[in-house]
Design a protein around this ligand. Structure first.
Ligand SMILES: Cc1cc2nc3c(=O)[nH]c(=O)nc-3n(C[C@H](O)[C@H](O)[C@H](O)COP(=O)(O)OP(=O)(O)OC[C@H]3O[C@@H](n4cnc5c(N)ncnc54)[C@H](O)[C@@H]3O)c2cc1C
Length: 538
């Protein structure tokens, strides 16, 4: 039914059979082949760290951009910025569509020469830190069965917006028609001429609705809270522009830098004084008035919280789509789903053939945390159940030596490119590994007191941000109302904080066994076939 491929029944390694037959050792085990895993692999390889294995449960690189294939899927940060700094691209549009981003990631993976160490269709089942041996013992399962892998470091690039979150609606399971999450689009179902419902009005929904309405017979859009939607300054690059960007030295970098700083001007409005966002608010209200004439519908889609409190959305086509005759915006609360339709709190039942659930992801309760067990035998999820999702510099966690998260707690952005954050965290990882080699360290983990101070400061800052004071509830906040997802400062500050691995903030232990830690090991065995190698270049 719903396309989540996560298996909640898989127990963490700590609960599995104790006898571990080690079949393979790598210096670095990386989980996930999205922007994060790919970036980490390229960086490690570039630093001469050849012994690593990237496990990816999907059949290709791309992560977000492999999975989100819904109609209208595109980035909402300009492509010149939403791409690796070290791999520029000849983008066709200012905000590129999903297929182009996915092709870009495939090209980068292929050309970087690291794919021989990627294992696709291979799931990281769990990893446990072995204190005596100073290494991670992990279990992975793929087409060739279950394997145990040991590694000096464990790098989690498993995605923070990866695992679909389903709404808690009575009867959802009883629906007799087609039902799927926006991130697992069912391309086998033809929705032409059908009655369809979209639940949610977040970033994915506002891209889906304008495309879907062109196709379906009738569309109901279920809205809980009206989002702010500013105009999307999107366009196809003219051939001359593309040629100039390709050939004029420095032009692409200039463009990227300009885009970066333009985006950074949003930060004070989000973190200091929401009134600075007035021009954006006026642009959003203008966008609304331009797209919708009906006063009643206008009122329904007018947001009643500060701009930025929830993710600011960008679209020129969402409001006109809602204004179409065959599209209804439903603002009554959903009471239940029946086998044939959706019933709202006022008792109205609207029959539908298909339901698209666009209600986001498990962002504040990362599923991967249940599968990582630290020094004292507790999983990361168990630790976070007590403390809330938290890490040192969004990357490392006390009690979990040599664990690096790329896109960890409080590293998300509401205004700019996650690739900038990913590259910053990967640089930190690279410097940590170099430091471990140089200083002959077997294990590094952040001091609990330093980590606590880092998070206390971060949460203090958080209190004055629009995400806390903007009058909304959002997926940025966990069940206790704590913002564990976003970085509350400028992104250049994040980069500066992570520019060097600050060993002084870490509890370190000398390497045991081999005199030259990280010790060198035999090359890893042949990886599972990588389908990407068959793809055409972007
Ligand atoms: C629809 C959508 C649009 C977005 N648009 C933007 C944008 O415009 N700008 C922006 O900055 N950000 C955007 N984001 C955020 C986006 O997720 C990040 O920019 C980026 O793609 C994250 O990369 P990642 O590698 O961290 O995670 P992901 O891309 O999610 O990749 C994680 C990978 O880990 C794999 N994995 C997870 N668990 C396991 C396991 N147990 N074993 C093996 N493999 C596993 C997954 O299969 C996946 O391939 C968007 C997100 C979504 C959902």
């Amino acid at each position: 039914m719903i396309g989540s491929d996560h298996s909640p029944t898989t127990p963490p390694v700590s609960e599995q059979q104790p006898e571990q037959h080690v079949e393979q050792h790598v210096e670095h085990l990386l989980v996930g082949a999205g922007f994060a895993g790919l970036c980490a692999a390229i960086r490690l390889d570039g630093d001469g760290e050849r012994s690593f294995l990237v496990v990816e449960k999907g059949d290709d690189v791309g992560g977000t951009w492999r999975d989100n294939t819904y109609p209208g899927a595109a980035c909402d940060v300009p492509s010149q910025l939403y791409s690796f700094s070290f791999a520029p691209h000849d983008w066709s549009m200012s905000y590129s569509p999903q297929p182009e981003i996915q092709a870009y990631l495939q090209r980068v993976a292929r050309e970087s020469g690291v794919l021989d160490r990627f294992a696709f269709r291979t799931r990281f089942e769990g990893g446990t830190w072995d204190e005596a041996a100073q290494l991670w013992r992990s279990r992975i399962s793929g087409p060739d069965g279950v394997r145990d892998v040991t590694s000096t470091t464990l790098v989690l690039g498993a995605g923070s917006l990866h695992e679909p979150r389903l709404p808690d609606i009575e009867g959802l399971d009883s629906f007799g028609g087609t039902l799927f999450h926006s991130a697992r689009w069912d391309h086998g179902t033809d929705l032409t001429g059908k009655r369809v419902a979209v639940i949610g009005t977040g970033a994915s929904a506002i891209q889906i609705v304008p495309e879907l309405q062109k196709l379906v017979g009738h569309l109901d859009v279920y809205q809980r809270t009206a989002p702010w939607v500013i105009p999307r300054h999107d366009r196809r690059y003219r051939p001359l522009e593309r040629a100039a960007l390709r050939h004029v030295p420095g032009l692409r970098k200039l463009y990227r830098t300009g885009t970066y700083w333009a985006r950074e001007t949003y930060v004070p409005a989000f973190t200091l004084a929401p009134r600075i966002a007035l021009p954006a608010k006026l642009a959003a209200l203008g966008n609304l008035r331009k797209g919708i004439e009906d006063p009643e519908l206008r009122e329904k889609v007018t947001p009643h919280f500060e701009l930025g409190c929830k993710r600011v959305l960008i679209s020129n086509t969402y409001y006109p789509a809602l204004a179409e005759d065959h599209v209804d915006l439903v603002t009554d609360r959903i009471a239940r789903v029946t086998p044939t339709g959706i019933v709202t709190a006022d008792g109205t039942e609207r029959p539908v053939d298909a339901i698209v659930v666009a209600t986001g992801f498990h962002a504040t309760d990362l599923p991967i945390a249940r599968h990582v067990t630290g020094r004292d035998g507790r999983t990361l999820a168990a630790v976070w159940d007590e403390t809330g999702m938290a890490a040192y510099k969004g990357t490392t966690v006390p009690g979990f030596p040599n664990l690096f998260m790329v896109v960890g707690p409080n590293t998300g952005l509401g205004h700019s490119s996650m690739v900038f954050i990913i590259e910053s965290q990967v640089a930190y990882l690279g410097d940590a590994v170099r430091t471990m080699r140089r200083e002959r360290l077997g294990a590094v983990e952040p001091e609990p007191a330093t980590t606590a101070r880092w998070n206390a400061r971060l949460q203090r800052r958080m209190r004055r941000t629009v995400w806390h004071r903007g009058g909304c509830s959002s997926w940025y906040l966990d069940e206790h109302g704590r913002n564990t997802t976003l970085w509350p400062r400028a992104t250049f500050t994040f980069r500066r904080q992570l520019a060097r691995f600050d060993a002084a903030a870490y509890r370190t232990r000398p390497a045991t066994g081999s005199p030259t830690h990280l010790p060198s090991h035999a090359p890893i065995e042949a990886p599972i076939e990588a389908p990407i190698q068959k793809e055409q270049s972007a």
